[in-house]
Design a protein around this ligand. Structure first.
Ligand code: PEP
Ligand code: MN
Length: 344
């Protein structure tokens, strides 16, 4: 870490700072007399940096290391829900925004499984902007997720909103989703870090890469090593789309950390017609998976119908995705009318 000092410091001001460093037991070194002080990276704690910046003598305090560590040490690929994440395979999680009806959800699950989709999504606890909007089936949806998992053997990805839901969700979930709105809910992150099922962590809608990775760091710090990051769009000045899908996040996060990075173009764009092109772009950019909202009758969906594609469209998309995946050395496994495809 480097402390940059103000020009024309008085001797007294300079010694006040030196005294502070000495009193904190910091082993420092002056690089340019009275201008720059260097000290060990082991003291690069956020709060210490902040304390140093409180001195009027200090112009800036510069980090020389990143403050997340564990996200760089994860071994990938890893297995979650019987699927390999962060390797050659590009898995797809598809399904409606919310679980709405038992028969329809099971029917869709059957279709997705037949297509070779790796996991189904669907929330029973929905974090909605308005309290008047559909909040999800709640506890009534538990046995629906349980049936899909048991009867079809299709892995389930569903959102957990608060630690109190862990006990009832745990038996019916393969991968827990922590949504954008909860990316910085540190008590939820701590709780979910202490349980053993994998986590799909969605980027907060105004979170920087650092904040996103530090949220993942919470999960890892508590002992959960199976964390999948999901780029789902950020808030920007553009209001044509629901969010601005930040595809730079894919290669950037993969540079900064060693975690699988998947993309959700449904929330990322808010518009079904933009989902297919952005899915292709995501895979081209190196995404380690996709999360897609799929609904048999988008116009009848209780939530996010406008950004949901139909199973038919998904089928078409899979054909193009396979070509893009092959072009960038990745693999997508799905079933088509002509039979099994394991394209790479
Ligand atoms: C969702 O996946 O349905 C969802 C609410 O996503 P996000 O947390 O990204 O808004
Ligand atoms: Mn949704």
């Amino acid at each position: 870490m480097v402390i940059v000092l103000r020009d024309n410091l008085s001797n007294e001001q300079y010694h006040e700072l030196i005294h502070f460093l000495t009193s904190k037991g910091v082993d420092f070194q002056e690089i340019e007399a009275g201008r720059v002080i260097n000290f060990p990276v082991t003291r690069e704690e956020e709060d210490f940096l902040s304390a140093l910046k409180a001195f009027p003598q200090v112009v800036d305090v510069l980090r020389t290391t990143k403050d997340y560590r564990l996200v760089k040490e994860v071994k990938i690929p890893f297995e979650a829900a019987g699927i390999s994440w962060g390797g050659k395979l590009v898995p797809i999680i598809a399904g409606p925004c919310a679980v709405e009806d038992e028969d329809k959800y099971l029917q869709l699950a059957k279709e997705l499984k037949e297509m070779g989709i790796q996991a189904i999504r669907g929330a029973i606890f929905k974090p909605r902007t308005s309290p008047y909007s559909f909040q999800g089936l709640g506890r009534k949806g538990i046995h629906i997720l349980g049936r899909v998992r048991k009867e079809l053997g299709l892995p389930v990805v569903t959102e957990i909103l608060e630690p109190r839901q862990l006990d009832i969700l745990y038996p019916v979930v393969d991968i827990f989703q922590i949504g954008s709105r909860n990316m910085q809910n540190y008590s939820l992150l701590k709780e979910m870090g202490r349980q053993d099922k994998p986590i799909l962590l969605k980027r907060g809608m105004s979170a920087t890469y650092r904040e996103f990775l530090l949220a993942a760091e919470y999960l890892l710090y508590e002992g959960n090593n199976r964390v999948i990051l999901c780029e789902r769009g950020i808030r920007s000045f553009e209001d044509y789309t629901r969010n601005t899908l930040d595809l730079t996040a894919v290669p950037a996060l993969k540079d900064l950390a060693n975690l699988p990075v998947i993309v959700d173009p449904s929330h990322g764009t808010g518009s079904w017609s933009l989902v297919s092109p952005m899915s292709l772009a995501a895979v081209a950019a190196g995404a380690d998976g996709l999360m897609l909202e799929v609904h048999p009758e988008p116009a009848e969906a209780f939530s996010d119908g406008c950004q949901s594609i139909t199973p038919g469209r998904l089928k078409d998309l899979l054909v193009s995705l396979q070509k893009v995946a092959g072009a960038v050395g990745r693999e997508m496994i799905f079933e088509s009318e002509e039979g099994h495809h394991a394209g790479s």
